[in-house]
Write a protein that binds this ligand. Sequence first.
Ligand code: HEM
Length: 666
Amino acid sequence: MAFPVLAVLCAGLGLAIYKYISGWRRNIAKARKTGLVYIAVPISPISLLWQLTFKIWVPLIQLLPRSLWEGWLFVMIPEWGYKTGQTHFDRLGTETFVLASPTRLMLYTQSAEVIHRMTQRREAFPKDVALYGILSMFGHNVLTTEGAVWRVHRKITSASFNEKNAAHTFAEAISQTRGMLDTWFGPEGERTGTTKTIRSLEHDTMTWALNIIGYVGFGLRLLWPGQTLPKDIDPKLAKYGSLDAPPGYTMSFAASVALTLERIVTILLFPATVLRVLPFKWAREAYEAKVNYLKYMDEFLRDKIEETQGGGAPREGMDIMGQLVQSKYGHRAAKENGPKLDDSEIVGNAFIMTVAGHETTANTLHFSLVELATNPGAQRRLQQDIDGLFGGADPATWDYEKHINALLASHVGACVNETLRLVPPVTVVPKIVSPDADQAIRIDGRTHVLPAGMSCSLMAVCAHRNPRWWPTRPSERTPGAPTDLDDFLPERWYRTRDEDGAAGGGAAAAATATTTTTTTTKGGVAAAAVVEEDIDDRADYGGFQGSDVSAALYRPVRGSYIPFSDGPRSCLGRRIAMVEMGAVLAVIFQRYSIELAVDDWASDEQVAAMGPAERRALYRRAQARSTETIRQADSVLTLKLHGGRHVPVRLVKRGMERFVSDPELV
Ligand code: HEM
């Protein structure tokens, strides 16, 4: 009896080992055939097993002689691009390399040339949607689909992204920023001219962004503590704005969204029935968040269907849910035969708009504020530009049409761009070589054939710091650093391509060079479909058509700056994100300055007694700590500070600064 069982087990094990080794050998052979630099690793870095256990393995592997792991272990560590920047690309002597594991072939690139080609050629390099399971748990949506299905989602969702709604967003961002400032300052702050130390910057910027997308996107009035709902609010919408749980719910709408995002991995990994019975706080929170969020969404959907079937047109603002519901239940939709979204896809899109329109912008604001507190010189220049644009005019009177372009062309735009360059919410844009055909791509004048189905990671965070594509100077901040690309220097956005460093000429030349891709059938290059790579996919996929960067500022080489991705699959919300960011920074810095908190080293009385040199030395300690903390950011959905890490700051009325007005502090 025991023998047959043992024999079956041995055969199973033998087969698994055979498949492991033969898969690895096959992938190594394919990697070699691409002609690119490649590294072989024993397990795929994105396999669930590795992702869940890498913290155990990495220190154990590092006990082995360095030569055994030095060449490959870096790529197994999540967020390695953000953490190590140029180091490993430099060591490998390439901008593009291939990784061969027993189960996957993956390409990593920080080459603007390759990124540009891949983002423009949607059908040859579609999105790697298999990686988006986490974001389709409430229903498939525009972010997580490809091909014809994506086109349907994109057509319906993009309708709301226009200049009229960008103007609406501008006004709402101003109003929400005032709510955030009132929460920080309160009557006490108004009297003393300073806030207490703020440790909740990340949380507050999330509230700010959720309140904006809640209202502009969905017509839901969400509140700051101390605010009350307008008296004439539609009673059906009132429950979403409540700061407490309304009847029938166990948490507020805002809390259900925030907790769903925070616990998103748990919600994905465990079915609700399991979460409900697990005796842990994290499981209970995840369960409650999911149940509440789905109940809110379900009621919202039912109300919208009722409204639409009663003949109601979409409301003011983007009314994303209204647009989605119209596309299936509206009178016009009933007469049209085209493909329609089902209810779960409507909820899935509403969810994705909330996530995409919320966490990304919140992180950008969070890091912008921290960077400006850490870089007083940039902050002072920002304030000068805001004074020049608005003087003392009440933000409620600011006009979108008149001000937005000037605002984004000023130091405000430069600071937002610089934050997105250094700490982009999406650090890697995942593509795949179309599963239907190998693709040949020319890189630096040589043709490389990429096998069908190979994953391609466009390393945005590395491309943004790649000296080949950016004008650079030696760093004045980091002694010994060969370039200033790791520094927060908004002034770089006034440079010209050919002005500095190696980047200019080479990059410009590469960007304009005419390169060709050849679509091939599996296994061999077919001469047939030779495609001019510089010809973009010019179909109209809706959304904002302009550039991400103001024409008055440095225009990076295409592919070297992709915080919003690029091409047909670029971010639908990029215009409104830039508009929100312009508005919030202008409102805050028109009247206030932001300073790093120094409480951990000196009390207010001690600071008051210090001379300029001593204050400077103290602030430099806080700057060093802030820079170090930002370096520890990590991604679950987007790049942010996790595990309670934070940079404490204080907001002070202009003229009452203790540190950042000192011209010696840069
Ligand atoms: C600073 C803020 C933002 C950043 C950095 C950002 C970044 C990105 C990136 C990199 C992508 C491509 C993702 C991929 O290919 O995997 C993307 C897609 C998308 N973003 Fe944003 N985003 C921001 C704000 C917003 C806002 C405010 C909204 C909507 C309200 C939004 C809606 C979307 C949507 C719908 C897509 C999917 C587009 C498609 O695949 O057709 N984003 N975003």
